[in-house]
Design a protein around this ligand. Structure first.
Ligand code: ZN
Length: 247
């Protein structure tokens, strides 16, 4: 019960001359840690491009200096503070209309400028909303402050700027708090790939290095082993995919 169904799917695609695009987004980076180092090394070993969603308010020179040498890493903006402004009865949300829209957008503009200055070539103009939630009223203001792409979790919904979403979440947030069972993750990826009418559709994998347990790390390594050199798989940098998106 390991990678069988995904492997079979990919082998079948390869025999039909089809291929799929995968991309990897990891959230909540603030500073260099052992967990971040593990992720950076693992992605480097398998030549998998990595998009790190960095929390601007807390991330400074230390993280920028550490990441500078790794050319396979792009840096996206993860809200401003990752603070929750929603009521206790609501789902957590930083980028909602609980505060005036102007304040939220001005923080997002500060986040854009701060990371743009710190990361120069590694910076991409992508917003990753904390908890993958953002109100439409905020989205409408994003192009004016420089954002060109939005990345949340799940199916694409109409938005006023191009979406590059993630679709497979490694973590079992509401259950064990650890990594989800490997067979379920492999099956979910295979099912998504098979549900698309043409190979070549984009599938985003979502990770959170700070909370990975052994199982989550082991899954990531198995996934890379299977896909990194598979003829039906292309791991893409988000900046490469962003260039192909339309609104
Ligand atoms: Zn987050």
């Amino acid at each position: 019960m390991t990678a069988i169904s995904l492997r079979e799917t990919l082998d079948e695609f390869a025999s039909q001359g089809k291929s799929v695009d995968l991309w990897l987004r990891d959230d909540d980076a603030i500073e260099p840690t052992a967990a971040l180092e593990k992720l950076v090394r693992l992605t480097q070993q398998y030549a998998v491009p990595l998009t790190l969603a960095v929390i601007p308010e807390y991330a400074g020179e230390r993280l920028a200096t550490y990441l500078r040498d790794y050319r396979h890493i792009d840096v996206a903006v993860h809200g401003w503070s990752h603070r929750n402004y929603a009521a206790e009865t609501e789902k957590k949300r930083e980028l909602g209309l609980h505060r005036p829209k102007e304040i939220v957008l001005s923080e997002l503009s500060d986040g854009f400028e701060k990371l743009h200055d710190l990361y120069s070539n590694q910076f991409i103009s992508m917003l990753v909303p904390p908890w993958n939630r953002i109100d439409d009223g905020i989205v409408d203001g994003l192009p004016d402050i420089g954002y060109q792409t939005l990345s949340v979790f799940g199916r694409n919904k109409p938005a006023s700027l191009p979406l590059l979403n993630t679709h497979i979440d490694l973590m079992d947030w509401h259950g064990t708090g650890g990594g989800r069972p490997h067979h379920a993750l492999f099956e979910e990826i295979a099912t998504r790939l098979r549900s698309e009418p043409h190979g070549g559709s984009i599938t985003g994998i979502l990770t959170h290095h700070l909370v990975h347990d052994e199982s989550a790390w082991a899954f990531l390594e198995k996934l890379f082993e299977l896909t990194a050199n598979h003829p039906a798989c292309n791991w893409r940098a988000s900046r490469q995919l962003m260039a192909t998106l339309s609104p």
